[in-house]
Ligand binder design. Structure first.
Ligand code: ATP
Length: 579
């Protein structure tokens, strides 16, 4: 509850006014039946039109007062709940943005989407409902009971039988509903994850002609959700008829017993009418409360899931950084005996005792078979993950001692899976540096060998990119991603297999441009092709997380068996293709 106070505090007035204004309805509902009985007992029985008109006018006045209060209550409850959920959604989004890669690995994207949308909506609904009924339902219940008791204490005894039975029925319904709602939210998660994956990868699905398979998969999760929702709704739908049944039986009992009292002359007719209205109101208020509890039981399941995000400990922060103001000025990178694994204690080390130094301005090539740990190694430089032992240093300072912003601002990384965003090419490139001039954009695009194809487009840099850059080729996308990274003018540039879709001649030109535009930047180039790293000052050969060779191309050709193997296998393949 403590975490949620900050979402209530700014709208405290609305949170207080909403239930208070709803009290006007309670007041009206308690007085109106009494006035009705007075009209029947005195006005109708005594044929006193003046009395009827006078009391009727008072009743209209009360009804208007109720309407004004009701509108106000509804307005403030909507305001309070919507503002609450908007702020909560903002903070959850902010928290997710702060998540480390490891934190992100723990939640599926679909689940995060459900939590940010559907779950928060459930919480908003229950707040709105509670604010409207918080005072109203108990007020109606207590007020109705008092008025009914004052009218006829004998008749009220009927309620003493009905109410406990009803409370037991509601409790059973709630206990059954909660786990079903929890299961339903999980099924929504699964559906969202499936939809998100299928829509993002629709091209792959089509190229593998897997539409039928995906449809079947979707049908299964959709069916699963339908069954989950029906199971939960079955409970909800039983609640309402049970209440109505209780209400009807009670009304019949009251009319029967009350009718006898009237015949015996112990009760005026108007009192029985008013009494019946009070009984209905009492049971209605119980019905409202049970609906709030039902909605709350669904919202509790959602709240638990939202809490999971809010309580997730971000495992990678700069709170304890010793040199928060330090910035990277040279770009020297040192790995000292670094070991690392993703699943702590559950698998072999992905990187084992890695040590090397990259001097400022040097180009470091990293090569090795798939899964040998190349990406894992470079991810430790901008602290996307933390080393488990050993130290990663940049300019002689442990990366853990920089503020994350300062460290990451000086490192540009072109990831293996490049992503562009919807918007124009220029907008995408300016991601690297929002304040870059048009000349800068063009210069960096030229270095990345992107200017040529961009200017060949009808709208040039203003060309709109499809979602994720779907309307440019793989090689063009890679070059745009490199240009975006270059615009950051980083001290350290990491290219993770990011020229794999670029032809060798263009790739060579990009490398050449690096020598002029990025002379002082330390460059890490992960590549599958030896040709891509051959010219590097230092090449690191990785195998199963270990460095099995390090040095220049010439040295490695002399004394690194693993490197020679890669070299000859690629040369043989080239010759085969040539033949
Ligand atoms: N997020 C992750 N969670 C758990 N294990 C991971 C994760 N990412 C990679 N791994 C595992 O770590 C090992 C090294 O992966 P890494 O991506 O560093 O290899 P790589 O040499 O870059 O491979 P490739 O050339 O195919 O990109 C692999 O066994 C991989 O399965």
């Amino acid at each position: 509850m403590k975490i949620y106070w900050k979402y209530i505090k700014p709208y405290l007035a609305a949170f207080i006014l909403a239930p208070l204004l709803m009290l006007t309805e309670v007041l009206g509902e308690i007085i109106l039946p009494k006035l009705t009985s007075m009209i029947i007992n005195n006005g109708v029985a005594g044929r006193d039109v003046g009395y009827i008109m006078h009391t009727g006018a008072i009743m209209i006045g009360i009804a208007v007062f109720m309407a004004v209060g009701g509108i106000g209550g509804a307005y403030f409850s909507s305001k309070a709940s919507i503002c609450f959920s908007t702020d909560l959604r903002r903070d959850i989004f902010h928290k997710v943005q702060q998540f480390s890669f490891k934190n992100i690995d723990e939640f599926s994207t679909g689940s995060l989407i459900t939590r940010l949308t559907n779950d928060i909506q459930q919480i908003q609904n229950v707040i709105m409902m509670s604010l409207r009924l918080l005072f109203r339902a108990p007020g109606m219940l207590i007020g109705g009971l008092i008025m009914a008791y004052l009218m006829n204490s004998q008749l009220v005894m009927i309620l003493l039988v009905v109410i406990p039975l009803l409370i037991i029925a509601i409790a059973i319904i709630l206990i059954t509903a909660y786990p079903r709602f929890q299961a339903m939210q999980k099924k929504i998660d699964r559906l969202n994850s499936g939809v998100q994956e299928a829509l993002t990868n629709v091209r792959v699905i089509k190229s593998f002609v897997r539409e039928d398979h995906e449809e079947e998969r979707f049908k299964a999760t959709n069916r699963d959700l339908k069954e989950g929702s029906l199971a939960a709704m079955q409970v909800v739908v039983t609640a309402f008829p049970v209440m109505i049944l209780a209400m009807n039986i009670t009304t019949i009992a009251v009319v029967w017993y009350g009718g006898n009292l009237i015949i015996a002359g112990k009760m005026p007719v108007g009192d029985l009418t008013a009494f019946t209205i009070y009984i209905i109101q009492i049971l209605m208020s119980l019905m409202m409360l049970s609906m709030v509890f039902l909605q709350a039981s669904r919202a509790m399941a959602s709240l638990k899931r939202v809490n999971e995000i809010l309580n997730t400990e971000i495992d990678l922060t700069d709170e304890e950084a010793a040199q928060k103001t330090a910035t990277v000025t040279k770009g020297k990178v040192e790995f000292c005996d670094v070991s690392f694994q993703y699943l702590k204690g559950k698998e072999d080390m992905v990187l084992k005792k890695i040590s090397f130094t990259a001097e400022p301005g040097q180009t470091i090539g990293i090569i090795g078979s798939t899964g040998s740990g190349k990406t894992s190694l470079v991810q430790l430089i901008p602290r996307l993950y933390d080393a488990d032992s050993g130290k990663v240093m940049v300019d002689g300072i442990d990366v853990k001692d920089y503020s994350l912003r300062n460290l990451r601002e000086s490192v540009a990384m072109v990831l293996q899976q490049n992503v562009l965003f919807s918007g124009t090419i220029e907008e995408n490139l300016l991601w690297g540096d929002e304040s870059a001039s048009t000349e800068d954009v063009i210069q960096m695009a030229e270095s990345a060998q992107a200017n040529g194809f961009v200017t060949s487009f009808k709208d040039g840099y203003q060309t709109d990119l499809g979602q994720g850059g779907s309307n440019v080729s793989g090689g063009q996308k890679q070059r745009l991603c490199i240009a975006r990274a270059l615009l950051k003018r980083p001290r350290i540039l990491i290219l993770d297999d990011s020229t794999s879709a670029v032809d060798t001649a263009t790739e060579a030109k990009i490398r050449e441009c690096f020598q002029t535009t990025l002379k002082e930047t330390t460059k890490f180039i992960i590549a599958q092709r030896i040709g891509s790293v051959e010219m590097a000052d230092k090449i690191i050969v990785l195998d199963e997380g270990e460095i099995v060779g390090m040095g220049s191309h010439e040295n490695l050709m002399k004394d690194c068996e693993a490197y020679q193997e890669i070299y000859y296998s690629q040369r043989d393949k080239k010759e085969e293709v040539g033949a």
